[in-house]
Design a protein around this ligand. Sequence first.
Ligand code: GDP
Ligand code: IMO
Ligand code: MG
Length: 425
Amino acid sequence: MKNTIVVGSQWGDEGKAKVIDVLAEHADVVIRFQGGANAGHTVVVGDQEFVFHLIPSAIMRPTKTCVIGNGVVLDPAQLLHEIEELEGRGFDVRGRLWLAENMQIVMPWHVQLDKLKEKAAGKNAIGTTGRGIGPAYVDKVARSGIRLIDLLDPEGLRFKVESILEEKNILFTKVYEAEALQAAPIVAQYLEYGRKLAPLVANAALLLEKAIKTGKHLLFEGAQGTILDVDHGTYPYVTSSNTIAGSACCGSGVGPTAIQSVIGVVKAYTTRVGNGPFPTELDSELGESLRKWGGEYGATTGRARRCGWFDAMVVRKAVRVNGITGLAITKVDVLDQLPEIQVCVGYKSEGKVLEDLPMQMREFENVEPVYETLPGWMSDTSKAVSWADLPENAKKYLERLAELVGAPIAMVSVGPRRDQAIFLP
Ligand code: GDP
Ligand code: IMO
Ligand code: MG
């Protein structure tokens, strides 16, 4: 297997975790490189379901090494909870889960600020997951963040928390009229997290260099999706990290010359959680049916996902900005019952055909999707194990998607389970 980056190509929840779990069979090290516990990654193995927010989705494969890279913002309580849950279910992570020492920590003031900002924004809220992600990245870039390595240094941590809170508490009490946070209990709690996590802390970039040099295969697990990217997405209705493939290098310390392929995970239709433009949204009974058939409820917040038709403009952009070399098209089975399926092949704005997604959100909100209608297959795809098993119309649908977005299909997923995956040569 080549060193591969797996990214979401739409607005997240494309089924990245399922694809990672399947591809990990042929990889040695799986690395998360951005985002945080805003991600909700679901893996189904046999009759067991696992939802990960921080731990790479290959952890149930006992011979694989998993790394959380420096580009992630880490909520230590959430990570410890995930570790405990895995251990409780008989999966040992010690000695094969490593955490980059230079990773940023999500602190209680980040979570509080995320919630206060969203509440204050009212109808203009972004619809965040409330996990403190935005404020944690703000402080990283402002150089006032706390890093994992700081949790191992009692004196240094106390000094940092006290000086950061001097400023944050003015914001909380004077601007938001909320309670001030006390430094001492936070310091004690985060030092305790540090003590628990210390055996997992590593120089992750060095570890990955050694893995590459000894011929190990790397698989990078993206979180969120391309159109939630802070630069390339529907700003400001985005997450606060770069979600695209280029971010895998910054967020892990592996250089771009070590990477050979990029898999773009694509849902066979489109979903979005949170606010912001969504031209192909089906605000109708059909949208409701897609939600029901696809189980489209957020793995992190439980919110109903907005559902709509496949949007080739969105995925074409994803192919471009990620350099996608192969598509993994998921949830094809969800469309099994439809007699006809629509695909958005382009956008019009004020009568003009657009070449790309508008960067001005007012324009994006008002684009007119141009649709092509394809016949459905009205039969069960969930038991297909090869391309030849798929109904003719399903093959035609998938081939048309690949043609529209300009990338070849590498994999098709027809159900949540590990064995419901079809590989193309
Ligand atoms: P991620 O965030 O991209 O990893 O995706 P999520 O885990 O948030 O959401 C994808 C959901 O679809 C999960 O419940 C998966 O178990 C499920 N899933 C993944 N692939 C398929 C598929 O091919 N068919 C069906 N029906 N469900 C799938
Ligand atoms: P996975 O990895 C879908 C969305 C939120 C909100 C916006 C900003 O499971 O695909 P944030 O909490 O990041 O500041 O919220 O981004 N969002 C996701 N949507 N899947 C995700 O992750 C998401 N992570 C964040 O709903 O619209
Ligand atoms: Mg998800």
